[in-house]
Design a protein around this ligand. Structure first.
Ligand code: G3P
Length: 219
């Protein structure tokens, strides 16, 4: 029950509809009807501007990091948790990374399939970064590095997100992370890339907008 609760908390954290709220509060619009239709910071940037995008980005990163922090807190600090786990003979070293991984996936899905938005949302890139930074900050920073470098060269966020997602798998192996984290990179990375289907179509057609550009401007 405790573990299921942690996953629900992670999903609900991911579900917080930051970009949608920004659209409603600042312009009275449904951001899902604008630009790419995503509730993520990239679409907030092209629809609402820089400051709202930075705030949405920061909150979305924090959501992912908090979901992982909640698991780590439960496993290392909550006395009831330790007692329960000893009682059922759980192997902590094995179980904690598994729960971190599952909570990461729950938060990631929460962001793109928010319970408050009829199971729609963003592409889970910022939330994934928060999850990675909290899982292992070196892997998180390496991913950010790949993302940053790609965006500096291409000025296209979706290419940077896709390459970042692929690089996570390499980083997890390179930095000798626990097997569940490697599986997270494969499942989560695959999911993030799958969420970019429409971007991939636009990239092939040569109509994917650059950072801050509206979709029409790239056509
Ligand atoms: O992080 C999402 C980004 O990779 C693409 O966003 O709005 O251009 O589809 P968007």
């Amino acid at each position: 029950i405790n573990n299921a609760l942690l996953l629900i908390v992670a999903y609900l954290l991911g579900s917080i509809p930051t970009g949608y709220l920004a659209g409603r509060l600042l312009k009275g619009i449904d951001i899902r009807q604008e630009g790419s239709g995503s509730t993520g910071a990239t679409n907030v940037l092209r629809t609402l501007g820089k400051v709202p995008a930075i705030v949405v980005l920061a909150v979305d990163v924090a959501k992912g990091a908090l979901a992982i922090a909640a698991v780590n807190y439960a496993f290392t600090t909550l006395p009831g948790w330790l007692y329960f786990s000893k009682l059922v003979g759980l192997d902590f070293n094995l179980w904690q990374p598994v729960m971190v991984t599952l909570a990461g996936l729950a938060a990631l899905i929460g962001h793109s399939k928010s319970i408050w938005l009829g199971f729609t949302g963003g592409k889970s890139v910022a939330t994934s970064l928060g999850i990675l930074l909290a899982m292992n900050w070196v892997v998180g920073l390496a991913t950010l590095g790949v993302f940053g470098l790609t965006i500096a060269i291409t000025r296209i966020v979706s290419i940077s997100s896709i390459l970042g997602a692929v690089s996570v798998i390499v980083s997890m192996i390179l930095f000798a992370q626990p097997l569940p984290y490697v599986l997270f990179a494969i499942a989560g990375g695959g999911y993030v890339i799958w969420r970019h289907r429409s971007n991939i179509e636009r990239l092939i057609a040569g109509t994917e907008p650059k950072l801050g550009q509206k979709l029409e401007e790239a056509e």
